[in-house]
Design a protein around this ligand. Structure first.
Ligand code: FAD
Ligand code: DHB
Length: 389
């Protein structure tokens, strides 16, 4: 097969890239190890920044998001006895949208199918070749067991943190921070007990009340690394959430309901640089991982491919390599801003067991919640900086 861009991975980065390239008149072929149903059902992120929503709308992907997504003006920040609302719209003029990654993924799959995009699902043995030159290729075995080769002008590695693309950038520098705790996430068939997200500091550990719709709640608990999600009873999960989220304080109540999904997510930061080697470009989780506390993972993947699509269109349609040459530096500015913000939110909200740390965290939380300057810093980063920051 011959195409302009061979895209490895049909997650949000890979599918949005193929969509933006098609809008710019550049062809691509996508390969994905999982099935279409599997990638559409994976429960992951839930918050879209203002600029992610603008980009999806400009790309014609905003109809269902506008109709079914939920615009939030801000978040609640709390610690025992106190809950404060931070109104991002008042503070920085923009809010966020609650719209699950599963929904973004379904919209992307539908848009690419309507466009006749070539996507090979359930492939195996994906390998990258000749990325040093300008005639790279990708080989794989398709679902029917046939050995295939895609010849391309460029390869986009959008294959997440376990795919082969990241290893194809030789001499990349890696920066990493592993956190000593994980998130236990549940999805529950119950109306959210809050109108906007609650981020809660508690001596027993962090808790987050998020949501997916008027009838589906998404909640998270800080747990020790290695926690087996099956070892917790439903009752234990809801009791722990009620304690940490302040059930009974100032008349607020957490309503429990049937748990439909549960998983434990280890927390780490990981940045690889550069994000380009020859004709291979990395985007999304293939290049960086953030701990989820700042809700940045999906938004960073969207911001990467916004830059990468422009760079590849300029290079492949107009022969202009300037943006492609700058891609890694341009993308990394935002990556490090989000990496810092995610680290800052994580260390402010998760308990370490050290009494000194707890007092610093409470002092910082009071300052962020009560000072206009502190609140504005959180709001600006959470609601998201403009693409290209
Ligand atoms: P992915 O979504 O990982 O997509 C990569 C794709 O590449 C996958 O479909 C994979 O199957 C495919 N692939 C892998 N190997 C190959 C191969 N060899 N060949 C072809 N294809 C391959 N972020 C938040 O902001 N908030 C959250 O609450 C949150 N929760 C998360 C929970 C989990 C369990 C995980 C894993 C991530 C979570 N994230 C969260 C992060 C967020 O989901 C990611 O940042 C986002 O999915 C990045 O998109 P991506 O397209 O770069 O990578
Ligand atoms: C969700 C995930 C996050 O990491 C976060 O910070 C907020 C919300 C969610 O899954 O809804």
């Amino acid at each position: 097969m011959r195409t302009q861009v061979a895209i490895i991975g049909a997650g949000p980065a890979g599918l949005l890239l193929s969509h933006l390239l098609a809008l710019g008149g550049v062809d691509s072929v996508v390969v994905e190890t999982r099935s279409e149903d599997y990638v559409a059902a994976r429960i992951r992120a839930g918050i879209l920044e203002h600029s992610s929503v603008e980009l999806l709308e400009a790309a014609g992907l905003g109809a269902r998001l506008r109709a079914e997504g939920d615009h939030h003006r801000g978040i609640y920040l709390q610690w025992p006895g106190e809950r404060h609302h931070l109104d991002f719209v008042d503070l920085v003029g923009r809010g966020v949208w609650v719209y699950g990654q599963t929904e973004v993924q379904k919209d992307l799959i539908a848009a690419r199918a309507a466009d006749g995009q070539e996507i090979h699902y359930e492939v195996s043995d994906v390998e990258l070749h000749d990325v040093d030159g300008d005639r790279p290729s990708v080989t794989f075995v398709d679902r029917a067991g046939r050995r295939m080769r895609i010849e391309a002008d460029a390869i986009a590695g959008c294959d997440g943190s376990f795919g082969p693309s990241r290893a194809a950038v030789p001499a990349a520098e890696t920066f990493e921070r592993v956190y000593p705790y994980s998130w236990f996430g549940i999805l529950a068939d119950v109306a959210p007990s809050t109108d906007e997200l609650i981020y809660a500091w508690h001596p027993d550990g962090f808790a987050l009340h998020s949501m997916r719709s008027a009838t589906v709640s998404r909640l998270y608990l800080q747990v020790p690394n290695g926690t087996d999600p099956q070892s917790w009873s439903d009752d234990r999960i809801w009791t722990e959430l009620a304690t940490r989220l302040g059930h009974g304080e100032n008349g607020w109540k957490l309503t429990p309901g049937p748990i439909t999904d549960r998983s434990v997510l280890p927390m780490r930061s990981h940045v690889r640089t550069p994000m380009r080697h020859g004709s291979l470009y990395l985007a999304g989780d293939a290049a960086h991982i953030v701990p989820p506390t700042g809700a940045k993972g999906l938004n960073l993947a969207i911001a990467d491919v916004a830059l990468l699509s422009k760079a590849l269109i300029a290079q492949l349609k107009e022969g202009n390599p300037v943006l492609a040459d700058r891609y890694s530096d341009d993308a990394q500015r935002r990556v490090w801003r989000c990496t810092h913000f995610s680290w800052w939110m994580t260390t402010m909200l998760h308990t370490s067991g050290e009494a000194f740390d707890a007092q610093l965290q409470l002092s910082q939380l009071r300052w962020v919640a009560k000072s206009q300057a502190g609140a504005t810093g959180l709001a600006e980063n959470y609601a998201g900086l403009p693409i290209g920051y």
